[in-house]
Design a binder for this molecule. Structure first.
Ligand SMILES: [Fe+2]
Length: 482
């Protein structure tokens, strides 16, 4: 149904071989590809093995009946189109079959023209349904594209892909796995729903081999058991796996699971997941490239900050100390990972504005004149100017800019007070003050830890935020106990 040249596939089931032969010939002459089965059991196996657009089955057969076959096929594929052939005597049963999901019935003996009319009509209905599904898929992809194109964050993109996959293929669980750069193994990056335990659910090496032969791997029953981990085996009844391909390589895989008491995945769901995987692979590749670029840029700036600091023998190690103390205090305060990452970067970069200040002033051993002090103070402004145009450092800028504010409003550059000062900057004031007090200077030795803590507590509520001081002191006590 993908194109005008598509050949419809029909499975003809009748215990009378003459009928399957005649029907096969007629349908073939009319442009359909047919397969025949002499009983329902063989037909079920053929249906599991192959994809058919239409099933035409006799109602009365030895063993499983046409109604049994209808039920079995509908449980495998609720969208299946099944046409029942029956004699006049069982017309009520045929009507019953319609209620159970058969598309139509044909009374035996039938004229070839009548049969072709029913088959053509069924095929046309399926073509329209397929177009409708295609439209829905395109809409889902459009929504996905809009969402991922507005983000270059890999985590955000993966989360959108997993949630879209759960919905579009009606899965109970979806996981996305990646090959880390330089690794041959896949590891899970994200999972949502059921049948996806802590570890990668499937034998990824085997799946990768299977990808080489086909675009998607669809498994159920015994073949599924050979590939799943014990925990997934307990839960999953069907699995659909598609590669995230870039060029000739595989970046990762997108796996969808359905619980054991549910139906297998349908061809249209297989196609939807495959298209989703294709779209996701392109977005993921962009995000990875952007992330590499971002990391390289971040490392360059950090190296610059550390190189600047290395010029000054007395503050050597200051940024690294402040970073470590800020990070530990933020963790003690229960801050989230994103915040901790931000304050870590701010710690390394907080004095980067000093790059614009003469070494003569920076390293002056004696007292600074008020003009020199104003120049030193300008490093917060300069730091902001250096960093504010770098989009991925936008959360770092307020911490760098305000790290010399004071809780009571007597600091600089804006004279902010209390909660007006960003939390990261309030934490940094404590860490920065502590490190300044405990480090040696040309004109004095650093204070011992206990004296520095006493001094922090003395300034708590005036110069420093009491909550940050309390967390800092608690964090130090814990570290000393280790
Ligand atoms: Fe500073």
């Amino acid at each position: 149904m993908e194109s005008a040249s598509y050949v419809g596939r029909v499975l003809v089931v009748d215990d009378e071989q003459d009928i399957t032969t005649v029907l096969g010939d007629v349908l073939s002459a009319h442009g359909y590809a047919t397969t025949s089965a002499q009983n329902a059991q063989d037909a079920i196996e053929a249906y599991r093995r192959d994809t058919f657009d239409i099933v035409i089955t006799d109602l009365k057969m030895p063993g499983l009946s046409g109604l049994d076959l209808l039920a079995a096929i509908k449980s495998l594929n609720p969208d299946a189109t099944v046409i029942i052939m029956t004699g006049y005597a069982t017309v009520e049963t045929a009507i019953d079959a319609l209620k159970k999901g058969a598309y139509d019935y044909i009374l035996k003996p039938f004229k070839i023209g009548e049969l072709l009319q029913v088959v053509d009509r069924a095929f046309e209905k399926m073509r329209l349904a397929a177009e409708n599904i295609q439209l829905k898929e395109q809409l889902a992809l459009l929504r996905l594209s809009e969402a991922v194109s507005s983000s270059l964050s890999l985590d955000e993109i993966l989360s959108i892909v997993v949630e879209t996959a759960l919905k579009e293929v009606d899965a109970d669980g979806v996981e996305i796995l990646f090959k880390e750069p330089g690794s041959v193994d896949f590891s899970r990056r994200l999972a949502s729903g059921e049948c996806v335990g802590e570890n990668a659910a499937a034998d990824c090496a085997l799946l990768e081999k299977m990808f080489k032969e086909s675009n998607a791997v669809k498994l159920s029953g015994e073949s599924l058991k050979t590939i799943l981990s014990p925990e997934a085996k307990e839960c999953a009844g069907a699995m659909l796996s598609v590669p995230l391909r870039r060029g000739s390589g595989i970046l990762g895989m997108l796996n969808a699971f359905r619980k054991s008491d549910k139906r297998i995945f349908l061809p249209r769901e297989e196609k939807a997941l495959f298209v989703l995987g294709e779209r996701a692979a392109a977005s993921v590749e962009n995000a990875l490239l952007y992330s590499d670029l971002e990391n390289a840029f971040r490392e360059t700036i950090q190296s610059l900050a550390l190189a600047l600091e290395a010029k000054d023998a007395y503050t050597h190690g200051h940024s690294e100390n402040v970073t470590r103390l800020c990070e530990a205090t933020a963790v003690e305060m229960g801050c989230g990972k994103k915040f901790v990452d931000t304050i870590r970067q701010a710690g390394i970069l907080h004095d980067i504005g000093k790059i614009g200040i003469s070494g003569v002033i920076l390293n002056k051993p004696g007292r600074l004149s008020s003009a020199e002090y104003r120049i030193i103070q300008s490093h917060t402004q300069m730091g902001k100017r250096i960093l504010e145009n770098i989009s991925f450092l936008r959360d770092v800028v307020p911490i760098v800019y305000h790290h010399h504010e004071r809780y009571d409003g007597t600091g600089y550059p804006e004279g902010l007070s209390g909660d007006e000062i960003p939390l990261g900057a309030r934490i940094m004031q404590v860490a920065d003050t502590y490190d300044a007090m405990t480090s040696n200077r040309p004109y004095r030795n650093g204070l011992p830890h206990e004296h520095a803590v006493t001094e922090l507590e003395r300034c708590s509520g005036t110069q420093l935020d009491p909550k940050c001081v309390a967390a800092f002191v608690k964090m130090c006590q814990k570290q000393q106990q280790v």
